[in-house]
Design a protein around this ligand. Structure first.
Ligand code: FES
Length: 155
């Protein structure tokens, strides 16, 4: 049984109200919503893929392309924002040359903006490479990305 079939088996066929939970489960399992996953979900729920895409794109949290080898989760919560996260986001966007939800052409990086990650006293906070990067300043970003690049190349 494929991962998608396994997820769908937990839900009632044809129940449109399960769309969002199913999309969440699939994204958690696969890292993104592939075209084939959307087709399977549409067939299971008896919904058109156009309608599913339409609803899914309404939510920022869904991705339609695979994440990079290193995925950065940048805190966009209030305290991190007050502590300068907007400038950190700008530095990351300029260094990587992509917007949130996109993946670099070389497949190394992707990033998203998140709600509070629970480390407000240490903000701005970014979770990447299986650890928290704290008290970030825009000037720290080139070195952080360079170290994460080495990590991505090991994957
Ligand atoms: S607001 Fe960023 S960790 Fe809480």
């Amino acid at each position: 049984m494929s991962k998608i079939d396994d997820i769908l088996s937990r839900y009632r066929e044809g129940s449109h109200e399960n769309l969002i939970p199913i999309l969440q489960d699939v994204q958690e399992a696969e890292g993104y919503l592939s075209e084939s996953a959307i087709i399977s979900i549409g067939s299971f729920l008896r919904m058109s893929t156009t309608k599913i895409y339409g609803l899914a794109t309404f939510y920022d949290r869904f991705r339609f392309i695979p994440s990079g080898k290193v995925h950065l989760r940048i805190c966009n919560g209030t305290t991190c924002f007050i502590n300068g996260s907007a400038a950190v986001v700008t530095a990351i966007r300029e260094t990587l040359g992509i917007e949130p939800g996109q993946t670099t052409r070389d497949g190394r990086f992707s990033y998203e903006l998140t709600a509070c990650q629970g480390g407000c006293n240490e903000g701005p906070v970014v979770w990447a490479g299986e650890k928290y990067h704290t008290h970030l300043h825009p000037d720290d970003i080139p070195e952080m990305i360079s170290k994460l690049k080495a990590l991505a190349d090991l994957k």
